[in-house]
Design a protein around this ligand. Structure first.
Ligand SMILES: [Zn+2]
Length: 390
């Protein structure tokens, strides 16, 4: 009797990067087949929304390029195992740092642990892991020199080597020093640029690389992923998925929050602002200002996600996952009736300003008091349409 082969991913042996490529079947199949067949261009640019799957996709692609097995990535060869743990000697990384004299190679241990913990990470996730939150990011001249040196190394024990540069937009004009090597990469070398803002790259870099775009992930796909891979309950998965704006890291971050509490708090604020009740507004502002800064940011991001769904709901009366019984869907529906498009946009703009202010360490009490007053004016402006705000 043949024992069935079990292919379940094992955390202890590293990350199954392919498994993280949520909602990207077509793009991934094309890239994987080209890499396995040896027809992948030597310089590629993977672009996606911040917090989407472009970074795990680049690592998975590196695994295909480095794998020595038959069906690449085989998952079982030594090369695959080393990539799963991000320790393959022919897989090099470069990424933004806060201090211009530092080199990425000296931060690899941190990089590995943060990337394995938050594989869909955006720059703030990385800087939080690095303990450099709120500092200016860059890929400076010393690191560019290190990229050049590492690109000239011969492959150590694989058939090729891979340089993954995350967020090359932070190279700025230093990228000019890499143009020649981008144009003519050394033999057996692949350079994977992973960006969330391709427009911020110098046109000289963009024109040399072949661009592949990672799709925003649909709420349905995110909700399924959260249930099957993150152990979320159906309702929590849907709440996070609906507000994640197509970004998986957002969805995972939102899973840890209690949306019901946020909805109650938002409802309180809207009612207090609509009634222009100074006492309740100031109590609300007091509550908000005592939250941890990360929770303040998360609340505003959550509100922004909700407002974008309110706007979408105005054009598409039924949203995916809307079975009528979900409290969040019901609230979105109510707001879509109560607010006109202009009001939702004005409130979103004001909320975005709050987010910027919080990120820049502004006085949160003043910031949110101003926001509440602006909210009050905006809600009053269309009095006749606001009979159903609570
Ligand atoms: Zn392999």
């Amino acid at each position: 009797m043949v024992t069935p082969k079990i292919n379940a991913p094992q955390q202890a042996s590293g990350t199954d990067w392919q498994e993280l490529l949520v909602g990207q079947d077509d793009l991934w199949a094309g890239l994987r087949d080209a890499a396995a067949a040896g027809t992948l261009p030597h310089l590629i640019l993977l672009a996606g929304l911040p917090g989407n799957v472009q970074l795990p996709m680049a690592v998975a692609l590196a695994q295909v390029l480095l794998c020595s097995g038959g069906h690449k990535p085989c998952g079982g060869c030594n090369h695959c195992r080393l990539v799963q743990k991000l320790v393959h000697p022919d897989l090099h990384f470069s990424f933004p740092l806060a201090k211009s004299k530092e080199l990425c190679v000296n931060h690899y241990a941190k990089w590995r642990s943060v990337l394995q913990k938050t594989p869909f990470m955006d720059l703030p996730d990385w800087f939080a892991g690095l303990g450099e939150e709120g500092t200016q990011a860059n890929i400076a001249v010393a690191e560019v020199q290190s990229i050049l040196e590492r690109l000239l190394l011969r492959p150590f024990n694989a058939a090729c080597k891979v340089m993954l540069i995350w967020l090359p937009e932070y190279l700025g004009k230093e990228s000019n020093r890499l143009l020649k090597i981008f144009e003519e990469a050394p033999q057996h070398t692949f350079i994977l640029l992973v960006t969330s803002n391709p427009d911020a790259l110098l046109s000289t870099v963009r024109s040399r690389a072949q661009l592949f775009r990672v799709k925003a992930v649909s709420p349905e796909t995110i909700a399924t992923y959260l249930q099957t891979h993150a152990g979320a309950e159906q309702d929590a998965a849907w709440q996070a998925a609906l507000l994640a704006d197509g970004k998986l890291q957002n969805a995972l971050n939102l899973l840890g929050t209690r949306s019901t509490d946020m909805m109650d708090r938002l409802r309180q604020l809207f009612i207090a602002a609509y009634q222009y009740n100074p006492l309740e507004i100031s109590e609300w502002v007091e509550w908000f200002s005592k939250l941890h800064r990360e929770d303040q940011k998360q609340f505003i991001q959550w509100m922004l996600g909700l407002l974008s769904f309110v706007l979408r709901r105005k054009y598409a009366p039924v949203l995916a996952g809307d079975d009528g019984g979900n409290a969040l869907h019901q609230y979105i529906g109510k707001l879509a009736v109560s607010l006109n498009t202009r009001q939702a946009e004005v409130i979103s703009d004001a909320a975005n300003d709050c987010l910027d202010g919080i990120q820049q360490n502004a006085n949160v009490r003043l910031l949110m008091t101003d926001f509440s007053i602006a909210l009050s004016h905006t809600l009053k402006r269309k009095h006749e349409q606001l009979t159903n705000i609570n």
